[in-house]
Design a protein around this ligand. Structure first.
Ligand SMILES: [Zn+2]
Length: 133
């Protein structure tokens, strides 16, 4: 996940809902790519996404511990706001975490719903899985 070309979701499609950076409105993930709601041992809740765009991570220099896992910080490409983490090494006893999984803090995101910008919330269908606390 290096710094790559900029992706814009189709804002003219009213059925397309997605998350944006709360500071600069950079497009970062589609609501449909939300995988599950996850709380590592530190108690920081975030959304795990199958795919994210317009973010970057410096795996070599920014690794640290999050609960039992080694993660690298994930930043917005546009404003460098810290949005979440990519899992580099996972504690194998954790049934949810897996290597290369990306978790974004919902509090750092907003949800774009047509022309509306709303507070980011987890899609209702997925909130039950993976939350161990
Ligand atoms: Zn941003």
């Amino acid at each position: 996940m290096g710094k790559s070309f900029h992706v814009e979701f189709d804002v003219s499609d009213p059925s397309l809902r997605f998350y944006v950076c709360c500071i600069c409105q950079n497009h970062v993930a589609l609501t449909q790519d939300f995988s599950l709601n996850y709380t590592p041992a530190t108690g920081v809740t975030g959304g795990v996404f199958d795919k994210v765009v317009n973010v970057h991570v410096n795996e070599a220099e920014q690794q640290r511990q999050l609960g039992l896992h080694t993660v690298a910080d994930v930043y917005c490409n546009k404003c460098e706001n810290l949005l979440g983490w990519k899992f580099i090494e996972v504690f194998e006893e954790d049934p949810v975490a897996r290597k290369d999984m990306v978790m974004l803090q919902m509090g750092k995101l907003q949800e774009r719903n047509g022309n509306q910008i709303e507070e980011a919330v987890e899609p209702i269908t997925n909130t039950a899985t993976g939350n161990r606390q």
